[in-house]
Design a protein. Structure first.
Lengths: 297, 430
């Protein structure tokens, strides 16, 4: 009886599931699918902001290969992943272990570590620019202790490292929360058993905690590597719109912004760079997931 | 099942077709809207970051216009300074460009090329004689005939210097440098005396600096850049000397006008270009600096100082061309430019306005001294930035200049590369 009612409903309202899904599908279509397909199509045209594009085949991609700034962007975005991801996988876990215990006042520290996450990236960027300025607080301290002034914002590599430090500092709290949730699920008995077997704190961390939160570490690795490869705000705010001295700190997303926006923007070329960013991002995700699967097997 | 597959294929086709269809706008021969006829109807007017300080002025101006032309209704939109070009490009691409738009010459060029700016030589030539000829010409685009915006306000400014820093370095604070050679010599002395702690300049040379130094920026036809000549190389070589001696701020390679302005406020650099507007800022934000402020003329080797020009463009696709043209002219006519100039430290682009006693008589204050000097210099000032010099080109020049200063390329190589990159971008602009 129940079966026949259900099939009657299905016969009478074959579109009802689509109606329920329609708002979500519309949003996805308008804000994800359409821009994605549009970018893909534009990548094969010479479209400019105000000038309609013509199909140019792979010309944009061929130009990319000869564009020094593209290679600078690819290098910097890759370096960002290499520099930021390990820090964002390990440091928040250590931080989570520190604040995991319910001792008096711990809420204050948890909140303090999480504060940078909710702060505006523009505000955070400006604060760090003031701190790291040639005459900023950090350089004044360094001068006081006799180290001398350091060109955090004028040296190409120090600038990139400074931006990485800001990304790590801002992301610590977010990933710490994810790790806290994962740590809450680690059975206490495992730690107790390891302790009975004579394992010290470091050994327990390596043989109990790390395996227990391994899947969370993979998740954090995947999320942070995608975010790091697509970095824009931190570098833009600290290195300026030109991408640091001689543009040497430009990342791929900055190049997309610089090339594709404005009244004379090369939308087709910028779309081609975006396609490369997309392909690399997907490849990064697959790489992390494959590494995880191999380790599991 | 076959139906759903067909639907899926159709949906996919639509997805592919939609973006392609978006490629089809613009590019027609614009500038031909008919501006004759009765001034009536609703129009939109967009300004560039002016509401915060001049709300009353613009509301009064709009009310007066609507009273003068019954049946008109002006909707005023103000956009923030940040991302203004992006906002215009989004509107232009989306077909929602306002009827009357506040623009600068470099913004007009791509809009005119896309047929979105009304040619005023055709639609409003009767007003041409009301403006300074140089200001009217500032919205003409090489390779195109016509003028694509009414000139609005002009600005220029002196070079400010910190007298106290000059004295500490043993420089004569009452005899500031007047020529490029004197500036460079003073900068090197300042760096030497302060052990590199105080730089004199905070910005790398821009296209305007090359222009003021006497470098030929483009060929006569406006089809190629030419700032890699011997004069350009000479200027960059001098800057390299300053950079090595720390007479040019080490952070100059990434500086913006805002960041260098802050450095001047904090006494980290000794000289900075500015305008009459800045005196108020110094007084409020850095009273110590204000007490020690020195003011000297903009340095130029050509006898012409640089000026910035604002314009008011009429959308060539407006449905209310008579009202839009009438309003754009109303905003920029002599009476309204004069009244706006009394609200803020800007200068009118209308013929004869700069001879008004407001711009010729000093009352002993620094404000009027700067105003009178600026108004005098504007009479033969030049907008050095070529209208075709886009943001991307500015970045190319800046990056190549930085490479030369860092010693990664010789000044000649850097400028050759910059010219090559800018020429490529120019050709791509069409």
């Amino acid at each position: 009886m129940a079966m026949s009612t259900a099939s009657r409903v299905r016969r009478q309202l074959p579109t009802s599931p689509w109606l329920f899904a329609a708002p979500g599908l519309l949003i996805i279509g308008a804000f994800i699918l359409y821009p994605f397909v549009s970018t893909l199509v534009n990548a094969f045209t010479d479209r400019r902001t105000l000038i309609p594009g013509r199909f140019v085949g792979l010309a944009n991609f061929r130009e990319l290969l000869q564009d020094d700034m593209f290679w600078v962007g690819l290098r910097n975005s890759t370096l960002y992943v290499v520099g930021v991801v390990p820090a964002l996988v390990v440091l928040p876990l250590l931080l989570a272990l520190l604040v995991q215990k319910n001792i008096p006042g711990i809420t204050f520290f948890r909140s303090a570590f999480y504060t940078p996450v909710v702060a505006s990236i523009v505000v955070v960027g400006l604060i760090w620019v003031w701190l790291l300025d040639e005459r900023g607080l950090v350089n004044s301290l360094l001068e006081t202790i006799g180290v001398g002034r350091v060109g955090f914002l004028s040296d190409q590599w120090l600038l990139l490292l400074s931006a990485m430090a800001v990304t790590v500092w801002k992301g610590l709290g977010y990933y710490m929360i994810i790790y806290l949730a994962a740590l809450a699920n680690v059975p206490r008995e495992l730690h107790e058993a390891a302790a009975v077997d004579g394992a010290g704190a470091i050994r327990r961390f390596l043989t109990v905690t790390v395996p227990a939160v391994r899947s969370t570490m993979v998740l954090v690795g995947a999320l942070s590597s995608v975010a790091a490869f697509k970095v824009f705000s931190e570098v833009y705010l600290m290195a300026g719109p030109s991408g640091g001295p001689a543009g040497e700190d430009t990342t791929l997303v900055m190049l997309v912004q610089r090339t594709g926006t404005g009244l004379t923007g090369r939308v087709g070329y910028a779309s081609a760079i975006s396609v490369v960013v997309f392909v690399v991002t997907v490849a990064l995700m697959l790489l992390v997931l494959r590494a995880d699967r191999r380790d599991e097997s | 099942m076959p139906t759903s597959r067909r639907a899926l294929v159709a949906a996919f086709a639509v997805c592919l077709a939609l973006p392609l269809s978006a490629c089809g706008s613009g590019g027609d021969d614009g500038g031909t809207a008919d501006a004759s006829g009765k001034v009536e109807g609703d129009i939109t007017f967009q300004t560039w970051n002016l509401r915060a300080n001049f709300k009353d002025y613009f509301e009064g101006l709009i009310a007066d216009f609507e009273k003068k032309y019954p049946g008109t209704d002006v909707k005023w939109i103000d956009q923030p300074a940040e991302g203004y070009a992006d906002k215009i490009s989004a509107d232009a691409a989306g077909g929602t460009l306002p009827d009357v738009v506040n623009v600068s010459p470099d913004l007009v060029a791509p809009l005119a090329k896309a047929g979105l700016a009304l040619d005023l030589d055709k639609a409003a030539s009767q007003y041409r004689k009301e403006y300074l000829s140089g200001a009217w010409a500032s919205h003409q685009i090489p390779g195109m005939t016509g003028t694509y915006a009414f000139p609005w306000y002009l600005n220029t400014g002196p070079l400010f210097y910190n007298k106290s820093l000059f004295e500490q370095a043993g420089l004569d604070a009452e005899q500031p440098p007047k020529t490029y050679d004197e500036v460079f010599d003073a900068a090197l002395k300042m760096a030497k005396e302060t052990d590199g702690k105080v730089a004199t300049l905070a910005n790398v040379p821009t296209i305007e600096d090359f222009g003021r130094y006497g470098v030929e920026l483009m060929n006569k036809e406006g089809t190629a850049f030419a700032f890699n000549d011997a004069k350009g190389v000479e200027l960059l070589t001098r800057y390299k000397e300053l950079y090595d001696a720390k007479a040019l701020d080490p952070q100059a390679l990434t500086a913006t006008p805002e960041s260098s302005g802050k450095k001047f406020l904090t006494g980290a650099v000794a000289m900075n270009p500015g305008s009459a507007l800045d005196l108020g800022n110094f007084k409020k934000q850095a009273p110590n600096l204000y007490r020690n402020i020195g003011i000297t003329d903009q340095i130029t080797s050509t006898g012409h100082v640089n000026m910035y020009v604002m314009g008011v463009m009429v959308n060539a696709q407006t449905k209310r061309a008579p009202a839009a043209v009438a309003f754009a002219h109303y905003v920029t006519d002599a009476a309204h430019q004069m009244s706006f100039a009394k609200q803020v430290a800007i200068f009118p682009s209308t013929a004869g306005s700069l001879d008004d006693p407001y711009f010729t008589k000093e009352d002993g204050t620094d404000e009027t001294r700067v105003r009178v000097a600026a108004a005098k210099s504007l009479k033969n000032a030049v907008n050095y930035t070529p209208v075709l010099f886009s943001e991307q080109m500015k970045t190319e020049l800046r990056n190549e200049v930085a490479k030369a200063l860092q010693g990664k390329e010789s000044p000649k190589e850097a400028l050759d590369n910059a010219v090559k990159a800018c020429d490529t971008l120019l050709q791509q602009q069409g």
